[in-house]
Design a protein around this ligand. Structure first.
Ligand SMILES: C[C@@](CO)(OP(=O)(O)O)[C@H](O)COP(=O)(O)OP(=O)(O)OC[C@H]1O[C@@H](n2ccc(N)nc2=O)[C@H](O)[C@@H]1O
Ligand SMILES: Nc1ncnc2c1ncn2[C@@H]1O[C@H](COP(=O)(O)OP(=O)(O)O)[C@@H](O)[C@H]1O
Length: 283
């Protein structure tokens, strides 16, 4: 067996805005959102095996290996491509889980991108994005590799140019279940079905930069407290379905000053916005 591990980055994302414009008959919500990659990344190490086995060497606490998105991604690519190769996977987690930073989805995308090269399965980026969507609505953008506006459930992507920016990100210490947040949102905000079976959203939510933020703040007071704290310095926003809350800053020094002021009460970090995914052009 080849025990030579190769390391690949899996960056986090922020949703710079998140509007919900409808709900499909299958329960998935139609979004209009802007994704930005940030300079915080998990590391995925991969060592190809010739016996076809897919092995997660260090499962995450609370996540059975078979449910881990890295293992599911490898298995999906193996089934789709018919490759007889396997892989050992090691994951070094830095992205907080359930924080709306897309860590699991990014890990899955990095496994698809990297194994496509290591196993020489030669799928196109577009094919990998279609495969990735089976694992989660957030996966395609990490394969797309550019900061992007996303519609549909997150799979219709168009590149956006993002200006240099720094972000103070606070983690309110809660792990928010995405499905439950969408369900609560639906119950509170959706209107009746239209002629093609798509539920429409009350107009009032369109003025909010993140349509899910109010629901999450009501469910998790710690998120609301993080929003209030950062509101002293500007206009913060929750990312995705939460729980993390961020504030955009013009410079690293401004971001560090604000983080220093709030860090006695909140965990978090300062991070830079990326102009593209670190693996774009590399795998
Ligand atoms: C809300 C967003 C915004 O970027 O991010 P996160 O906060 O999770 O990072 C994403 O749309 C999340 O994408 P992802 O985390 O991949 O979600 P999935 O695993 O596909 O879906 C989990 C569950 O959330 C609900 N869901 C998800 C996406 C969507 N557009 N509509 C939904 O209703 C569904 O109930 C689904 O079963
Ligand atoms: N490799 C992985 N990294 C993180 N979470 C994973 C992974 N594989 C499966 N999961 C599951 O996905 C859930 C959501 O994880 P994550 O992507 O970090 O959050 P979010 O969807 O809020 O951005 C976790 O709570 C965990 O149960």
């Amino acid at each position: 067996m080849n025990e030579n591990y190769l390391a690949f980055a899996a960056p986090a994302k922020l949703n710079l805005s998140l509007h919900i414009v409808g709900k499909r008959a299958d329960g998935y919500h139609l979004l209009d959102t802007v994704f930005r990659f940030i300079d915080l990344a998990d590391t995925i190490e991969l060592a190809v095996r010739d016996d076809g086995e897919i092995v997660l060497v260090n499962p995450l606490p609370g996540v059975p290996a078979e449910s881990d998105l890295t293992v599911r991604a490898a298995r999906l690519l193996q089934q789709y491509s018919g490759s007889t190769l396997g892989v050992n996977i090691r994951v070094s987690k830095r992205i907080p889980m359930g924080g709306g930073l897309g860590g699991g989805s990014s890990d899955a995308a990095t496994v698809l991108l990297a194994l496509n090269r290591l196993w020489q399965t030669v799928l196109t980026r577009a094919q990998l994005m279609v495969l990735g969507l089976q694992l989660g609505a957030d996966v395609p953008v990490f394969i797309f590799g550019r900061n992007a506006r996303a519609t549909g459930i997150g799979e219709e992507l168009s590149e956006i140019k993002a200006l240099p920016a720094w972000y103070v990100v606070l983690h309110p210490g809660v792990n928010v279940p995405t499905a439950e947040v969408f369900k609560t949102f639906s119950q509170k905000v959706l209107t009746g079905q239209d002629e093609v079976g798509i539920m429409r959203i009350l107009k009032t939510t369109q003025q909010q930069r993140n349509a899910l933020q109010q629901v999450v703040c009501e469910m998790y007071p710690a998120v609301s407290e993080a929003v209030s704290e950062l509101s002293k310095y500007g206009s913060p926003l929750m990312t995705g379905s939460g729980s993390c809350v961020f504030l955009e800053c013009q410079s690293e020094s401004q971001a560090n000053r604000i983080y220093t002021a709030v860090s006695a009460r909140f965990n978090g970090f300062v991070t830079r916005g990326l102009s593209q995914h670190p693996l774009y052009d590399k795998v």
